[in-house]
Design a protein around this ligand. Structure first.
Ligand code: NOJ
Length: 559
């Protein structure tokens, strides 16, 4: 397989609003990021993915952009941004910016123009349609609840917004839209950025007729008409020809509803489109038919099946990204581990589990500290537009039980991931000297970066070690993956193989001791070394026999 830096890298995601506030307004900012670059350098990450820092009215915390070529005032200035990228590059850290071009803000100049009249030159930058029988043009539901259309009196038409009503969808069928996006991308690349994470980029091509979605409900999921739509590969190949191929850069496409077959086109090793995709199948394992708020328990058997499907499905053809949390997902240790008695051990186990697979690992800010979910008492304590829209629709408009809905928010809400980073045990966890925009998790006195850096056994130092191992063992990057012990109820085990070299990765996903026998076909050599493990004390027994302690992870290597 061809070797490239983005396969060998570890990415760290910064959600700027919650990372570090430098001026006491309670909101993280770019000078705050600069303050913490040495911390990231010490951790050993190669690339920072920075969630949006562009000008935005913040209906969806920067994912609603009103000017792609300006910095949000709350975050600082363009000079601050220039200083940040320089300071990153000086430390050998690359910068991947967020590219949000499925939609803009309704306050973007293009949309303001397009709303003025039906014959405005920008009208066709968006999806404007007349109503049908006194209703919306179709029955699509928005990802953030309610109709995906908003009526506009001025021109007596509706516009499409797959997300909030302040995020109108761009019409990629219009070549002028594509040209504007490519020019904007080049402008940032010429300023030195090293890549883009592309927001819901597999939504950009809609079936032109915008047909009704099947179902009898008032609003229904129309994903089949806009996910992986008719021209999406054409557009990405065009973007690749016009922009991506001209730079040494890294790309990852966020793609809800993508299958491994589709991913092999989007992220093919031939390099005609993107480098990798974020898929969601493992993030949907605890969702029922009703979607993310229809919470159900996840199962280890399903996790094995899903991860293996992606590992094998892309092997030798495309490239995986590896993640278990980000700014849209609950905290991984609360969801897949144990955030009480085994918080430290299970966070390390999950890190081992992910970082030993084939693909590029993404660490979401605070993950390296084992930060946990939060339970805020009132709906007014939450900030996320998705949470508020869902609560309004279910509790206020439809009379669902408040307690049940709050429980789903505690388990699945995006604000779980967005509480401020816990830097130390001073007030507000050292995040701000002001009033934080979202509550700080009260567990910051115990869980914080200062304590983690000082403790050689911390989760933070374990991540450092995992990252260093990746730099010294090619097999972790390029080895092939095979699931073993498929039917084991507690352990997720797999091997990696590169030539004669092998890794055996054993992860106990339970709070009980787990016994096992490594299958006979795997000849564990006498010289197997324990590469990394999350418990103190070396296991003297052979890997084939020693039981795993609660949430224990061990990786053996031999030739
Ligand atoms: C995916 C982003 O990650 C999420 O935060 C955002 O709300 C939607 N796309 C809409 O931009």
């Amino acid at each position: 397989m061809q070797k490239t830096w983005w396969k060998e890298s570890v990415v760290y995601q910064i959600y700027p609003r919650s990372f570090k506030d430098s001026n006491g307004d309670g909101i993280g900012d770019i000078p705050g990021i600069i303050e913490k670059l040495d911390y990231l350098k010490e951790l050993g990450v190669d690339v920072v993915w920075l969630s949006p820092v562009y000008e935005s009215p913040n209906d969806d915390n920067g994912y609603d952009i009103s000017n792609y070529q300006a910095i949000m005032q709350e975050f600082g200035t363009m000079d601050d941004w220039e200083r940040m990228i320089k300071e990153m590059h000086d430390r050998g850290i690359k910068l991947m910016m967020d590219l949000v071009v499925n939609h803009t803000s309704d306050e973007h100049a293009w949309f303001v123009e397009s709303s003025k009249s039906k014959d405005n030159p920008y009208r066709d930058y968006y999806f404007w349609r007349p109503g049908r029988d006194g209703r919306e043009p179709n029955n699509w539901v928005s990802v953030f609840s309610g109709s995906a259309w908003l009526y506009d009196e001025q021109t007596d038409e509706y516009f499409l917004h797959l997300f909030s009503k302040k995020q109108p969808d761009l019409n990629w069928e219009n070549p002028r839209v594509r040209r504007e996006v490519y020019d904007m991308m080049k402008w940032w690349l010429d300023k030195g950025v090293d890549g883009f994470r592309m927001d819901v980029i597999n939504f950009i091509s809609k079936v032109p007729e915008l047909p009704n979605a099947p179902g009898e409900g008032r609003y229904e999921w129309g994903g089949q008409y806009f996910m992986n739509g008719p021209h999406v590969h054409e557009y990405l190949q065009e973007m690749n020809r016009e922009v991506l191929s001209k730079y040494d850069m890294m790309t990852v496409g966020e793609m809800p509803g993508v299958t491994p077959e589709e991913a092999c086109r989007y992220a093919n090793l031939d390099g005609r489109e993107l480098n990798m995709v974020f898929q969601f199948e493992h993030m949907d394992l605890d969702s029922g038919w009703g979607g993310k708020w229809d919470v159900k328990p996840w199962s280890l058997a399903d996790l094995k099946q899903t991860m293996t499907k992606w590992q094998k499905g892309l092997e030798g053809r495309a490239w995986n990204s590896l993640y278990m949390n980000n700014h849209d997902q609950p905290r991984m240790v609360s969801r897949f581990g144990n955030d009480k008695e085994y918080r430290v051990i299970s966070a390390k186990m999950l890190a081992t589990f992910l970082h030993m697979m084939q693909g590029t690992p993404y660490i979401y800010q605070g993950e390296e500290l084992g930060m946990t979910n939060i339970q805020l008492d009132g709906i007014e304590d939450y900030r996320d537009v998705e949470i508020h829209n869902m609560y309004r629709e279910r509790v206020i408009e439809s009379g669902w039980d408040h307690g049940h809905v709050m429980w789903t928010i505690h388990v699945k809400g995006r604000d779980n991931a967005r509480t401020p980073i816990q830097w130390d045990d001073s007030p507000n966890a050292g995040f701000t000297t002001g009033e934080p925009w979202l509550a700080v998790n009260p567990n910051y006195r115990e869980i914080n970066a200062k304590a983690a850096v000082a403790d050689p056994d911390s989760i933070y130092h374990y991540y450092r070690k995992l990252i260093q191992l990746r730099k010294s063992h090619e097999i972790i990057v390029y080895g092939t993956y095979d699931l073993i012990m498929e039917d084991h109820g507690q352990i997720y085990a797999y091997t990696r193989t590169l030539g004669k070299e092998k890794l055996l990765v054993l992860c106990n996903f339970s709070g009980d001791q787990a016994h096992y026998a490594v299958p006979g076909r795997i000849a564990v050599s006498e010289e197997a070394e324990l590469l990394i493990g999350n418990y103190d004390g070396i296991i003297e027994e052979r890997p084939a026999t020693a039981p795993l302690r609660p949430y224990e992870a061990r990786v053996y290597r031999w030739k």
